[in-house]
Ligand binder design. Structure first.
Ligand code: SF4
Length: 528
């Protein structure tokens, strides 16, 4: 549904801030593609854009693709911004630029919902999810589009049911310029891991869309040109197992109807390995990747962070089970935990070798507001406010030791030889377990072939000729190409290139050790 009966028409400019360079945004892979410029279309802002009254003109600018221009600001009557903590500096910069045009600026999304005081300059703070605060914001703007004399904080008390959510305005985003498509089925997670802000922000009883909504969204994404992988951004795809099981047959049907042109990916807890009935259906629906927050292979650490559910099956066994259904596991890893010992880095590197997971996002522990971890560390006096550090946690081990362990892990885990060996395993074992799908005419089209040729040219030139890990690359390439595995070759090489380049920068001290670090090294987009 859309907001209705709001009154005067207003022109709204939705601006999504740039990401600070990060391990998980894959920017080093973009030059190998046929024109990808950004990671994923932002769900929240596109949802708000779709919710606006039908007669309100709306523009959407993702500053990962291009900066909002003078003309955009001059066109608009109000600016909406949304983002995560990592984009905080860039969001404040958008606000500053919009104020240069005397526009009212509203901010919503996860960062402001958790930390309203990060955003003192904004005119309107939209705290919480889509709901009564959103209607109030639109009503106020309809009534008066000038900047309020002081900041107005609107907090959602009555959330709009997700079954009422409109389809995000994917048509406003240039979906072909994104590495992945995005879609959301549920919000919230039943668990309470100590470091995680999801239950505090979105609740423990997952809210859900209907399967019909998801199918309609997938159709819309396809109409907008999405042909690669679509990522379920749900915090935990199996947060409500029954709902996931109810959804999957619809996804399978959709894949059959549309010719298996896209692959699917999601985030889920590792105990998904105990659910063969879900995994089998995910295989049929062509899920190819599952991001699992494994966090640490140390059982004591998992217990301490209240992530016992990761131990419902032995971790390595769980990963192998997921792989046996054709799905590659991507893992989140945290260093700097209270349970870390001098041998933690070595144990982690062993785990990387044994699990053969190619992509692990290894971050330093960061305490986020609205988490039990934050409350505990605050009580213990271990929250540090120091912008020169990569974490706001006073670790039990010396800070320098933790950071140098992190750098060592990044350096060794992403040595080209080791990384490509892990990808070789995935290609030969995991990917081989995927269902064999008919090749849709669209996949054989000249447009698609041309796309693959562009990517191959970029990979061969930039990695095979100019790259400094050519020897390892060619060993991998020849084996894949001999087996006719073009898809596995392109996908693995693109991501591996990003991981190698990012890890080198990280171990050399040029990247943040935490996704949430406020030590932001990248300048925000300058105003035009
Ligand atoms: S399982 Fe994942 S989403 Fe759920 S509370 Fe733990 S870390 Fe957060």
């Amino acid at each position: 549904m859309r907001a209705e009966g709001i009154g005067t028409v207003r022109r709204i400019l939705c601006v999504f801030p740039r990401y600070t360079s990060s391990f998980g945004t894959f920017e080093h892979a973009y030059p190998l593609t046929d024109g990808v410029q950004a990671f994923m279309p932002p769900q929240g802002l596109l949802l708000i854009a779709a919710y606006l009254p039908a007669d309100w003109p709306v523009r959407f600018v993702d500053e990962n693709i291009r900066p909002a221009s003078r003309e955009d600001f001059e066109w608009a009557e109000a600016v909406f911004v949304s983002g995560m903590h990592i984009q905080r500096q860039q969001m404040n910069d958008i606000c500053r630029r919009a104020h240069g045009f005397d526009l009212p600026v509203a901010i919503g999304g996860p960062s402001v919902s958790a930390c309203p005081d990060y955003y003192p300059s904004f005119d309107y703070l939209h705290v919480g999810e889509l709901g009564d605060a959103t209607n109030e914001l639109l009503a106020r703007l309809a009534q008066d589009p000038s900047r309020p004399a002081q900041q107005v904080v609107l907090t959602t008390k009555d959330r709009l049911s997700m079954t009422e959510f409109p389809i995000p305005a994917y048509e406003l985003a240039e979906v072909k310029k994104y590495l992945l498509g995005s879609i959301q089925f549920s919000s919230g997670c039943p668990y309470q891991c100590e470091f995680c802000d999801i239950p505090g922000l979105y609740g423990r009883n997952p809210r859900l869309k209907t399967p019909e909504q998801i199918v309609a969204e997938l159709d819309r994404l396809r109409e907008c040109g999405m042909t690669d992988t679509i990522y379920f951004v749900d915090d935990n795809f199996i947060g409500n197992r029954k709902a996931a099981l109810d959804l999957l047959p619809h996804l399978i049907e959709w894949q059959k109807r549309t010719g298996y042109v896209v692959r699917l990916a999601c985030e889920a807890t590792l105990n998904i390995a105990k659910r063969p009935e879900i995994l089998e259906k995910m295989r049929e629906a062509q899920f190819v990747t599952v991001f699992c927050g494994i966090e640490t292979p140390d059982p004591d650490a998992l217990k301490a962070m209240h992530k016992d559910h990761n131990m419902m099956v032995p971790i390595l066994e769980g990963i192998e089970t997921i792989n046996s259904y054709g799905m590659e596991v991507v893992s989140g890893i945290i260093m700097g935990l209270d349970t870390d010992k001098p041998g933690t880095a070595d144990a982690l590197l062993n785990f990387v070798d044994e699990s053969r997971i190619p992509l692990l996002t290894i971050n330093l522990l960061q305490a986020l507001p609205k988490t039990p971890l934050w409350d505990r560390l605050e009580r213990e006096g271990r929250l540090v406010e120091d912008d020169s550090r990569d974490s706001n946690v006073e670790f039990l081990m010396p800070y320098e030791d933790v950071v140098s362990s992190w750098k060592r892990c990044m350096e060794i885990a992403y040595e080209p030889e080791k990384l490509f060996a892990r990808y070789q395993y995935q290609c030969e074992y995991t990917y081989a377990n995927r269902i064999k799908v008919p090749v849709a005419p669209e996949m054989k089209s000249w447009r698609n072939i041309r796309r693959a040729l562009i990517m191959l040219r970029n990979i061969f030139w930039q990695v095979g000729v100019l790259g400094d890990y050519r020897r390892v690359f060619w060993k991998f390439a020849l084996r894949r190409l001999k087996q006719g595995d073009i898809e596995g070759f392109i996908g693995s090489t693109m991501i591996a290139h990003h991981l190698i380049k990012f890890a080198r920068a990280a171990s050399g001290g040029q990247q943040n050790a935490s996704n949430y670090s406020i030590r932001l090294r990248e300048a925000s987009v300058p105003a035009e």
